[in-house]
Ligand binder design. Structure first.
Ligand code: CO8
Length: 266
């Protein structure tokens, strides 16, 4: 553990910004960093004031992957970890990088602001987020094969669902890196901008100010479910989640429309 905290958390009132903070190691995902990141996201997820969480990296990387120095010590005999609930006791006993699978269960929308290298586990971390905003210098890639292993934080499953098999296979097998513009054209990111943190932050603030937490969480869950469910099941889930919106948020949203005033959700 260094002197610097591995992640920095900034609470902006309506949203929060988490900055991966190992710039000298290009924010490589060490055990300590993974643990701090998931703890931070989980505690922010429980805060009703916060409408979205931005994740970014300090310096010239978003994250250049899992910390290779720590990965080197793994072996085939490592127990397969089930994804645990994060209590401090259990968390420290599980391979930390697998803890990040827990990000999939976070209800608050996650916005990745990819400022530079997003490679290997760093790219896969971005793929776990709900919206990805890239800076012009962003670089995406899955170079795990060049290390004698393969992507294992969702890259082989999420990338083809987002960009299609041909490009995903090209990226996985060749280690080819995608520029921000290529990532945009492929549908991997939704915007390429000069200042990704500022834009991600504006997106987060907009989500927070214009949407109620319950409806945002349901809509996020429904969109995410489209990656896993056959369409008939997805449509049934969507309808069920729609009706579960009818309550205080819907009453306020529709009353505000009728009274020609902005809704007050948070
Ligand atoms: N792990 C540890 N340290 C890293 C990593 C990393 N992934 N990436 C960069 N660093 C360190 C370098 O070692 C270097 O440290 P030092 O100054 O002490 O030598 C420092 O960061 C700066 O890096 P470079 O000097 O290499 O900077 P360059 O600008 O020359 O190159 C690159 C930048 C191209 C990004 C280069 O650093 C690089 O190729 N990094 C590795 C990228 C990579 O292979 N990532 C994949 C890692 S494996 C992975 O993510 C597995 C995911 C699945 C795991 C599932 C587990 C269950």
């Amino acid at each position: 553990p260094g002197q610097q905290p591995p992640v920095l958390v900034e609470d902006r009132g309506t949203h929060a910004i988490i900055t991966l903070n190992r710039p000298k190691a290009l924010n490589a995902l060490s055990a300590e960093l993974c643990h701090a990141l998931l703890s931070a996201v989980r505690s922010l997820d429980g805060d009703p004031r916060l409408g979205a969480i931005v994740i970014t990296g300090s310096g010239r990387a978003f994250a250049a992957g899992v910390d290779i120095k720590e990965l080197e010590g793994l072996s085939q005999e490592q127990p397969r970890a089930s994804v645990p609930r994060l209590t401090d006791d259990t968390a420290r006993q599980v391979r930390p990088v697998e803890l990040l699978d827990g990000l999939a269960a976070v209800a608050t929308p996650l916005v990745a602001a990819v400022n530079g290298y997003a490679l290997g586990g760093g790219c896969e971390l971005a793929l776990m987020c709900d919206i990805i905003v890239a800076g012009e210098a962003a670089v995406f890639g899955l170079p795990e094969l060049q290390l004698g292993v393969m992507p294992a934080m969702g890259g082989t499953q999420r990338l083809p669902r987002l960009v299609g098999r041909p490009l995903a296979m090209d990226v996985v097998l060749t280690g080819r890196r995608l520029t921000a513009q290529e990532a945009l054209a492929a549908g991997l990111v939704s915007r390429v901008v000069q200042d990704p943190v500022a834009v991600a932050s504006a997106i987060a603030a907009r989500v927070a100010s214009s949407t109620p937490a319950g409806a945002a969480a349901r809509a996020k869950a429904a969109v995410r479910a489209s990656e896993a469910l056959p369409i008939a099941e997805g449509l049934a889930l969507e309808r069920e989640l729609f009706y579960s919106c009818f309550g205080p948020e819907q009453k306020e949203g529709m009353a505000a429309f009728r009274e020609k005033r902005p809704p007050k959700f948070r």
